[in-house]
Design a protein around this ligand. Structure first.
Ligand code: ING
Ligand code: ZN
Length: 337
């Protein structure tokens, strides 16, 4: 096309289109956008993060940054569409957002799990996990005369169920692998398999390494999921509240109020333990508990179940507009010293 990329926000795009758009932005706006390959997926795809910055602040220091990731779960396409929309606003409409960019840097990772994202486009629309294989290395997958039964059972189960992959949002190294009453499983064939060990997945490891190396600059951690329209805050692994819980709630309230003003969309606010169930090894808990980022949130985007993961593409722009309004409403609050 004449515009140099194929992103439309009128349909959902494959990972290749998203990467080409990031490359286009890096080429077209080299003074604002740096494209960083933070690692590679299990299947070898590059994991690309866009860092948006208009340079040092007036005191010659790096500006406080806001991190946003999406596409941790394959089937949750809306998140990646929303963050690329946010990127397009920040970068291609930078004069509108010059005040915002004077005070903050942005680190935007559109697809944390490119293997799962692509698999959900090509093979299984409802694929959630990564695409690694931790089962073949298990003992019962090798035949010996004494384990014939286990061997046959193993491969029968392997054939009929979806045992590949790990749930990235159970794979972070903070209270990892605690099953409790919650939804994290040690069964590789389960949707919420937490992996053989924390950060077993190259995708979560790459993200965590990058965040740790830059944690002193990051003031807010946002991870976009879908669906159910909720603005969730830590802790996710326990019903205990963080000591600065009221600060976190106050900021989040401003976000959901700003969201509601755009199209009247209502987002519920609370810890995931109240609104859903306790979960161990999630990225928001890790961002707060290990990386020490005070404002760490998981946002569950549209809708509330009418279409669920199959959210029509006509809702990309409305969803993106309201979420961008919500994030802008709190960006200044979290970045002023
Ligand atoms: N939901 C999240 C999940 O990973 C969640 C819910 C929120 C977990 C916050 C942990 C922390 O299960 C989706 N849709 O993935
Ligand atoms: Zn998710």
């Amino acid at each position: 096309t004449t515009q140099g990329h194929s992103m439309t926000w009128k349909r959902y795009h494959r990972y290749g289109d998203i990467v080409r758009y990031l490359e286009y932005l890096a080429f077209r706006y080299p003074n604002m956008l740096e494209l960083i390959t933070i690692g590679h997926s299990y299947e070898g795809q590059p994991i690309k993060m866009a860092k948006v910055s208009t340079g040092l602040n007036k005191d010659g220091e790096r500006k406080p940054a806001i991190w946003i990731d999406a596409g941790m779960h394959g089937r949750e396409w809306i998140g990646s569409a929303v963050v690329t929309y946010i990127l397009s606003q920040l970068v291609e409409r930078n004069s509108t957002y010059s005040k915002l960019l004077d005070n903050s840097d942005w680190m935007i990772l559109p697809v944390v799990n490119p293997d799962g994202y692509e698999y959900s486009h090509i093979s299984d629309r409802f694929w959630r996990k990564t695409r690694s294989n931790h089962v073949e290395s298990q003992e019962d997958s090798r035949y010996t005369p004494s384990n014939l039964l286990q061997f046959v059972t193993h491969y029968t189960r392997w054939f009929w169920t979806k045992c590949e992959g790990v749930d990235p949002n159970r794979n972070f190294a903070y209270h990892w692998g605690e099953e409790k009453e919650g939804r994290a499983s040690s069964d590789p064939c389960h949707e919420t398999y937490s992996g053989p060990f924390a950060f077993s997945e190259p995708e979560t490891k790459a993200m965590a390494d990058y965040i740790l190396a830059n944690k002193q600059h990051i003031r807010m951690y946002l991870t976009l999921h879908s669906y159910s329209q909720m603005w969730l805050l830590p802790w996710s692994h326990t019903r205990t509240k963080p000591s600065d819980y009221s600060d976190m709630i106050n900021v989040a309230k401003k976000a959901i109020n700003a969201i509601a003003k755009v199209h009247g969309t209502h987002y519920q606010l609370g810890p995931v333990t109240d609104l859903m169930y306790p979960i161990s090894g999630s990225s928001d808990d890790w961002a707060k508990g290990v990386a020490g980022i005070k404002y760490a949130y998981t946002v569950e985007l549209r809708d509330r179940g009418t279409y669920g993961f199959l959210l029509p593409a006509t809702q990309i722009v409305p969803t993106a507009r309201e979420i961008w309004a919500g994030i802008r409403a709190i960006a200044r609050l979290v970045t002023c010293n």
